[in-house]
Ligand binder design. Structure first.
Ligand SMILES: [Zn+2]
Length: 92
């Protein structure tokens, strides 16, 4: 009877509730790859645009991750998403 959403990273269903984020958003953690995620998504497109702009300016993904309370891996994924979709760069 596991109603938790599957892990967006490894697609496995063995996720556990991991407390609540701000605005009472339920957070989940994958017990397989330890990826933490929320449903709905924790970060807005605007957050990603800012992170991307910082990345373009040469800020390390580790530092950007700290600013957003995310993992460096998450920032790398945003950058990869951007490169894949090739949308216009954010105007900063
Ligand atoms: Zn996982």
């Amino acid at each position: 009877m596991n109603k938790n959403p599957p892990c967006p990273l490894c697609k496995k269903l063995n996720t556990i509730k991991n407390g609540k984020r701000f605005e009472n958003i339920q957070s989940y953690k994958c017990s397989f790859c330890h990826y933490q995620f929320t449903k709905p998504p924790r970060y807005s497109d605007n957050d990603k645009a800012i992170a991307l702009a910082l990345h373009i300016k040469g800020i390390s993904s580790t530092l950007i991750a700290k600013l957003f309370g995310a993992k460096p891996h998450t920032i790398c994924r945003w950058v990869l998403d951007y490169k894949t979709h090739a949308s216009p760069p954010p105007d900063f």
